[in-house]
Structures are given as structure tokens and as C-alpha cells.
Design a protein around this ligand. Structure first.
Ligand code: FMN
Length: 200
């Protein structure tokens, strides 16, 4: 493989077994996240992505709060399995919360009415790119991460706890930390079913 970037793409995985340590300094980690946010592409260069980085006790409180909220929702016999999963995330170093600014989206819709219907999709696409840049960049420096969607359950807590503007829409949560174990091998569909090349 000639491309260094594609080596990083192949190395990125969902890593659930993480620990409360980083293989680089917190400053280097934050610079990586800042650069990902700054250089991520967005429709009309609207820069609609927003990020909140939770470290140490903020990260722990986030997952403990979610665990309590889940306990209120889940049948008692099913809760231990869920609790173990949440504890795995809590064992990490921090969590990145991804948002998209809806004021930016509606601003673009007003400015470019012909394309108005596209802007919510384009905002989500840009968020996906941002999440992926960070996930892959973390993996490239041997920080394990996974992508979680507890949005509906934890949204109110996040908004109140961190005074998040109402126009910031929470999209996903990425717990990260030092890599403890390699994930299981994953399977792949045949590329011949997914890609066509012409002329054949
Ligand atoms: C849009 C999207 C949503 C996902 N949501 C979740 C999620 O809520 N929880 C989770 O554990 N993994 C989630 N994943 C991770 C996928 O399950 C994972 O990427 C896939 O199984 C391939 O495994 P890999 O990440 O190790 O390559 C999501 C991935 C994507 C791209």
C-alpha cells in the first residue's frame, strides 16, 4: 500500500477495550482534534461542525449519568449487559461530543433557497467526515475510539451541564483512550458486488 493515508484508513477500527491513558500528551491530543475540526470540509465552507471534549471527571460523569438514565429505561434483567458496555466506555480517557450548528444550516437555506433541501443532508455529511477524520487520526497515533449514539437519552443532560446553545444539534459521542486489546477481525462483502468499472 503506497498511500500513508490509506494505511491509517485500514488501521482504524471500532475499539471498545480502552483505558484511561494516552500514548501522547493531552496538548498533542487536543491539537489533533483542533486541526481535524479546522480543516474538515463543509458545504459552502460553512464550518457547521461543533465539538465538546470531555476529559477526566467530565468524561466519567457523562458515562455515569448515561448509565443511571439507561437503568431507568431498561428491564432489570437486561441492565447488567448494558452496564458493562457503558463501563467499557467510562474506562477510557475522554469523550468527544459532535454537534452540528442548525443556525448555520438555516442561514444557508435562506441564502441559497434553490438548494435549501440539501443543506441538512450536507451538514450531516460534513459531520460524518469530521467524525471520521478524528476517529482515523486518533487511530493513527494509537488511540482507540468508537462511535456511539445515545443522543436522545443524554441530550438534555449535555445541554444543561455544558450550557450548549439550543441550535447545536448533538449527533454522536466518541469515547477514546489507550488501546487495551485488538478487536475481532471483521468481514467484508465482495468488492465486485459494490463497485463497477467501465470499460469492463
Ligand atoms: C454512521 C455510523 C453509526 C455507527 N453507530 C454506532 C453505534 O451507535 N455504536 C457502536 O458501537 N458502533 C457504531 N458504529 C460503528 C460500526 O458498527 C462499525 O464501524 C462497523 O461495524 C465496522 O467496524 P469497524 O469500525 O471496526 O471497522 C457506527 C458507524 C457508523 C459509520
Amino acid at each position: 500500500m503506497q498511500s500513508r493515508y490509506l494505511k491509517d484508513v485500514i488501521h482504524r477500527r471500532s475499539r471498545y477495550a480502552i483505558e484511561n491513558k494516552l500514548p501522547l500528551s493531552q496538548e498533542e491530543f487536543l491539537l489533533l482534534v483542533e486541526n481535524a475540526l479546522k480543516y474538515c470540509p463543509s458545504a459552502n465552507n460553512s464550518q457547521s461542525g461543533r465539538i465538546v471534549v470531555l476529559l477526566q471527571e467530565h468524561h466519567n460523569k457523562f458515562w455515569e449519568t448515561l448509565k443511571t438514565l439507561l437503568q431507568e429505561m431498561i428491564k432489570p434483567e437486561k441492565f447488567p449487559k448494558t452496564a458493562l458496555k457503558i463501563d467499557e466506555f467510562n474506562a477510557g480517557y475522554g469523550t468527544i461530543l459532535f454537534f452540528e450548528d442548525q443556525e448555520t444550516v438555516t442561514g444557508l437555506q435562506t441564502k441559497y433557497p434553490k438548494y435549501a433541501h440539501n443543506y441538512p443532508d450536507w451538514s450531516m455529511q460534513s459531520s460524518g467526515i469530521l467524525q471520521y477524520i478524528i476517529w482515523t487520526a486518533l487511530s493513527s497515533v494509537n488511540i482507540g475510539a468508537s462511535l456511539q449514539h445515545y443522543t436522545e437519552i443524554i441530550n438534555e443532560y449535555v445541554t444543561l451541564q455544558y450550557n450548549i446553545p439550543r441550535n447545536w444539534k448533538l449527533i454522536s459521542q466518541m469515547p477514546f483512550g489507550g488501546i487495551v486489546a485488538e478487536p475481532e477481525e471483521k468481514t467484508f462483502l465482495p468488492l465486485s458486488e459494490r463497485m463497477r468499472i467501465y470499460p469492463e
